[in-house]
Ligand binder design. Structure first.
Ligand code: AP5
Length: 190
C-alpha cells in the first residue's frame, strides 16, 4: 500500500501517519521529522533547510527530492510507504510523477486531513507550550498556513482529478479520525 497524507500544519499528519504505518506495516516517512533530524545532525541538507523551516517556508525542491526520492523508491520496493509531508506542491508531485510511475511508486490513495483554521492554530500553540519546535509560534504559524493555502492546497484538485483523493473530517478525536481513514482504505492483511 502506498499512502500519501496531506493537510495543513496541525491537521494530524504525524499522529495519523504513525498509526497508519503501524497498521499497514509500512515505514512512516515524516518529511518534517527527517528534516529536523538533518538540522540536529548539522548535515549539509540540514544547514541549508534550517532557515526555511524556521520561517515556515517550504525547503527548496532540489533538497527535498535529494532527501526523499531514494527513500520513497526503496520503500515502494519493500512493499509500500506512508508519506507524511510530501508532496507539498503540484510542482513537487510533477517532478516525481514520471519516475514514480516507472518505478511502480505512484500512490494508491491520498488522504487529505481537513481541519478548520482556528483548531489548527489551537493545536499548534498547545504543542508549543509543551514541546520546543522552532516553527511553533504565532507568527510562523501564520506563514505556514499561508504557504499551505498557496502552495499545497492546489494538490487537492490535482489528486481529485486523478481519482486518488479521500477527504477526511479531521476535526474530531484522534481515534475517530483514524477510523474514518481506515474506512477509506482497503483492509490491512493480518
Ligand atoms: P512538518 O513537520 O511536516 O510540519 P507541518 O506540516 O507544519 O505539520 P505539523 O507537524 O505541525 O502538524 P501535523 O499535521 O503533522 O500534525 P500533528 O500530528 O503533528 O514540516 C515542517 C517544515 O518542514 C515545513 O514548514 C517546511 O519548512 C519543511 N517541509 C516539510 N515537508 C516539506 C516538503 N515536502 N517540501 C518543502 N519543505 C518541506 O499534530 C499537531 C498537534 O495536534 C499535536 O500536538 C497532536 O498531538 C495534536 N493532534 C493531532 N491530531 C489531533 C486531533 N484529532 N485532535 C486534537 N489534537 C490533535
Amino acid at each position: 500500500m502506498k499512502i500519501v497524507l496531506i493537510g495543513p500544519p496541525g491537521s494530524g499528519k504525524g499522529t495519523q501517519g504513525e498509526r497508519l504505518a503501524r497498521r499497514f506495516g509500512l515505514e512512516h516517512t515524516g518529511v518534517g521529522d527527517l528534516l529536523r533530524a538533518e538540522v540536529a545532525a548539522g548535515s549539509p541538507i540540514g544547514q541549508e533547510a534550517a532557515s526555511y523551516m524556521d520561517r515556515g517556508e517550504l525547503v527548496p525542491d532540489e533538497l527535498i527530492l535529494r532527501l526523499l526520492v531514494p527513500r520513497i523508491f526503496a520503500a515502494a520496493d519493500a512493499g509500500g510507504y506512508l508519506l507524511d509531508g510530501f508532496p507539498r506542491s503540484v510542482e513537487q508531485a510533477e517532478q516525481i510523477r514520471a519516475q514514480a510511475a516507472e518505478h511502480g511508486a505512484t500512490p494508491d490513495a491520498v488522504i487529505y486531513l481537513d481541519v478548520p483554521r482556528a483548531e489548527l492554530v489551537r493545536r499548534i500553540l498547545a504543542r508549543a507550550a509543551v514541546e520546543e519546535r522552532a516553527d511553533d509560534n504565532e507568527q510562523t504559524v501564520d506563514t505556514r498556513l499561508q504557504v499551505f493555502d498557496e502552495q499545497t492546497r492546489p494538490l487537492i484538485g490535482y489528486y481529485r482529478g486523478r481519482g486518488l483523493l479521500r477527504v477526511i473530517d479531521a476535526d474530531r478525536p484522534v481515534d475517530e479520525v483514524a477510523a474514518a481513514i481506515l474506512d477509506e482504505l482497503p483492509p490491512a492483511a493480518d
